[in-house]
Design a protein around this ligand. Structure first.
Ligand code: FAD
Ligand code: NAI
Length: 465
């Protein structure tokens, strides 16, 4: 055999799995169909979206808060070409970083579409022709692609996915977003901050519906201030593009139609697992009706030498979930006994304020019939938040009614993305709300809101409210 392990797909799942395999002494190869490594996350996902979120946030602050901070500047102008160029540069630095890591760990990189000939043989169809490699074990990490609706024609010019929204040549006048989830709120924020009118059509009754419902409600208030319009409980029935105009028709819960006209329509209704061209049938791998590669609790497929991880299998479609799974599979291959607590994989939305969440939501605890206490603390009561003018948001802590164990932490506010790590740590160690409330938190910090929310949950006695 040429390799002990071959990883197909170089996203955060695949490249991390390959590194861990190599660290554990396995002769490893990785196959990627695109010229750059890093998958969706580094090329058209996490990294470029955060680069544009950061740039647009600077612009928005220059326009809206500098004056109050005592900084007088002439009216700032958007240079979208430069903003996109900087984003591409950030992407390049990151994908180069992955290429360096492959070299450092002596992982062979094969560029081209990988497809099974049989369960130990993979054909690689690259620019320089075809080659075949043999391998003892395989890790599938082929990721996902944007989902759409059967009646929507994604022309990728006016009716676009997140990939095109990261490369626009102009700031839309009116961007209509189908789907009030993570992508819609993040990329909608980018263009709203740069001056676009943004309208969101969401099928359910709230935004970011997979999170605790308080988060969606609070986020909606903040984004409304940014100028977003929301059409919740609306089902899209038609999308048409003619010249520079896009028309989206949607039906509300009573059957009444609304018609929205804009110049761009972003379709962000989720992503679908990607196995096109992989030849799963040649290896006999089972794929579910939803297109996910079926795996057991050890992430092994029905074929004994093949595992699958990341967006292409069940579970949250998140880069850090894919990474944990990559490490998990590699360590199992050498006989170790790794563990992943899926309930403690945090979720983050990089809007401003940011939203971050770990553990159970209030809705889930109610569904479980579990007795719990709620502690909340608003950012506006924090000295740090007043100093920085980031007063929107709150921390919500859910703790078991009798044991006080933290069951969920949900944060909307400045730096929530970084703050949520404390919730993960506390919950991994099965801390009580009182444990966290009695730890010293530096003053003045946003983290004081976590301490206060824990005090509120544990003993109903926050200090500063
Ligand atoms: P992917 O990253 O999708 O990588 C799969 C790779 O496999 C691709 O490079 C693909 O070309 C390759 N491939 C597929 N089939 C083959 C084949 N047959 N042969 C060779 N190569 C193949 N997640 C977060 O956690 N945080 C974020 O902030 C975040 N932001 C996002 C923003 C956007 C706009 C999008 C779209 C996604 C974002 N995500 C974020 C989700 C994140 O990108 C994915 O969860 C993550 O990339 C999944 O990793 P993966 O390794 O499973 O697959
Ligand atoms: P999503 O699952 O977050 O949101 C999709 C939204 O579309 C939901 O609110 C859903 O109710 C709605 N929807 C579905 N069908 C609809 C219809 N027919 N009409 C109107 N609304 C409809 O999916 P999204 O935003 O496309 O993102 C895909 C994935 O990418 C996410 O699941 C997430 O895991 C990942 N991602 C993660 C990010 C992060 O971690 N910060 C950032 C961006 C993406």
């Amino acid at each position: 055999m040429d390799y002990q392990v071959t990883v197909i797909g170089s996203g955060p799942g695949g490249y991390v799995a390959a590194i861990r395999c190599a660290q554990l002494g396995l002769k490893t190869a990785i196959i990627e169909k695109y010229d750059t490594l890093g998958g969706t996350c580094l090329n058209v996902g996490c990294i470029p979206s955060k680069a544009l979120l950061d740039s647009s946030e600077h612009f928005h602050n220059a326009e809206s808060t500098f004056k109050e901070h005592g900084i007088d500047i002439t009216k700032p102008k958007v240079n979208l070409k430069q903003m996109i160029a900087r984003k591409s540069d950030v992407v390049q630095q990151n994908v180069d970083g992955v290429a360096y890591l492959m070299k450092k760990n002596k992982i062979d990189v094969h560029t081209g579409l990988g497809s099974f000939v049989d369960k130990h043989t993979i054909k690689i169809d690259g620019k320089d022709g075809e080659k075949t490699i043999t391998t003892e074990k395989v890790i599938l990490a082929t990721g996902s692609k944007p989902a759409s609706l059967p009646f929507i024609k994604l022309d990728k010019k006016r009716v676009i996915t997140s990939t095109e929204a990261l490369e626009l040549k102009e700031v839309p006048k009116h961007m209509i977003i189908i789907g009030g989830g993570v992508i819609g709120m993040e990329l909608g924020s980018v263009y709203a901050r740069l001056g676009a009118k943004v309208s969101v059509v969401e099928f359910l009754d709230r935004l970011i519906p997979s999170m605790d419902s308080t988060m969606g409600k609070e986020l909606q208030k903040s984004l409304k201030k940014l100028g977003f319009d929301f059409y919740l409980n609306h089902k899209v029935t038609a999308v048409t593009a003619k010249g520079k105009e896009v028309t989206v028709t949607a039906e509300d819960s009573k059957g009444a139609n609304v018609e929205l006209k804009g110049d761009y329509c972003l379709v962000s209704i989720g992503r679908r697992p990607y196995t096109d061209g992989l030849g799963v049938e040649n290896a006999g791998i089972n794929v579910s009706e939803r297109g996910q590669i079926e795996v057991d609790d050890h992430l092994r497929t029905n074929i004994d030498n093949i595992w699958a991880i990341g967006d292409v299998v069940k579970g949250a479609m998140l880069a850090h979930k894919a990474e944990e799974e990559g490490v998990f599979v590699a360590e199992q291959m050498v006989g170790q006994k790794p563990h992943i607590n899926y309930n403690l994989i945090p979720g983050v939305v990089y809007t401003w304020p940011e939203v971050a969440s770990v553990g159970y939501t209030e809705e889930q605890l109610k569904e479980q019939g579990r007795a719990f206490k709620v502690g909340k603390f608003p950012f506006k009561a924090l000295g740090r938040a007043r100093a920085s003018m980031d007063v929107d948001g709150l921390v919500k802590v859910l703790a078991d009614q009798s044991t006080d164990e933290i069951l969920g932490m949900h944060i909307i506010g400045a730096r929530a993305a970084d703050m949520i790590a404390t919730g993960v740590t506390a919950m991994e160690f099965r801390a009580s709300a009182e444990d966290v409330a009695r730890m010293s938190h530096a003053h003045p910090t946003y983290m004081e809101a976590v301490k206060e929310a824990c005090l509120a949950a544990s003993e109903s006695r926050p200090i500063h409210i």
